[in-house]
Design a protein around this ligand. Structure first.
Ligand SMILES: [Zn+2]
Length: 114
């Protein structure tokens, strides 16, 4: 008979007791059996992957912010504005500059004068 995973799990989140994981042990780490899901090495790998994903999202957010600030500065007005929702790009945001009517009128006048 195969050893079961040694990890204690809660049958569901509302339960205050734990029972042993039902899965068959697939790997032995330091004398204890773990299923694929509870393998400490796998857990570390998953955590590292999640951390890397968060980091790349933060980098992307910072990039967007810098680009928005650069455009606002070049335009001489406007404010970076982010929103989630309809029309979001692949990292979940719409990014645009918020410009007042006054600023738009001024820009139009400027363009006309050229
Ligand atoms: Zn398990």
């Amino acid at each position: 008979m195969k050893a079961r995973c040694c990890k204690l799990v809660k049958p569901d989140n509302r339960c205050y007791y734990s029972r042993q994981c039902q899965h068959i042990g697939k790997v032995k780490r330091e004398g204890k059996w773990y299923c694929h899901q509870h393998d400490p090495v796998n857990i570390k790998k998953r955590q590292a992957a999640t951390a890397a994903m968060h980091k790349s999202k933060e980098d992307k957010d910072r990039e967007i912010e810098q680009e928005a600030n650069r455009l606002a500065k070049a335009l001489g007005c406007g404010q970076p504005y982010y929103d989630k929702g309809w029309g979001s790009n692949d990292h979940g945001y719409r990014e645009f500059l918020l410009i007042s009517f006054e600023d738009v009128k001024r820009l139009i006048d400027q363009a006309k004068r050229k």
